[in-house]
Design a protein. Sequence first.
Length: 230
Amino acid sequence: MELLAFGDTGWGDELFRATLMTIAVSITAMLIGFSFAAIFTPLKLSKFKFLNLIANIYTTVIRGVPELLVIYLFFFGGSGAIMFVASIFGYNEYIEINAFVTGSFAIGIISGAYSTEVFRGAIQSIDKGQFEAAKVLGFSKFKQFYKIVLPQMLRLAIPNLSNVWQITLKDTSLISVTGLVEIMRQSYIAAGFTRDPLFFYSFAAVLYLLLTFISMKLINKLEVKYSRGY
């Protein structure tokens, strides 16, 4: 256990900071994913075929392309795109995007594609008679969403969103390729320095399992809260 000691004698403090980084990236990516889902879910449910097409392209392409490729595209392609725009204005120096921003945004886009499908399915599962009743009662669109759609959508979506969260949490290991020091990257560094890869990669697996376990406990409480009365 000396390898996990805090301070100069072990890697405990480094792994602790890496775990916090993993949590930060995961939460940021989920929030970005919800933002994308808020945009594309209405498009998926729209009566206009062109809007449906845009949303379908987004969810199909992102879910069909490997997550690592998406990260590479944003990390390397994003820098290239920004440098191209900067060159138009006469700036020709190399520009590197922050690894945290790139990783969170890339994983957030992936999370958003899955969240979009989850929210779409949840909304379509709500009885259409409730929407008709809301119109008869004179509810505005906002009131329909806030009072009728949102509570039921959350109840139906939370079980599947727990799967999206686990995917997002595990996908953070892929951004180690950008140099961001999260659990996987720190385990790789520690394993290379100590020549003890089995120990550190096994400990990384324990950390991911612990984060997943705690997450599921919290999500189960949310599920119970939003399922009261059913």
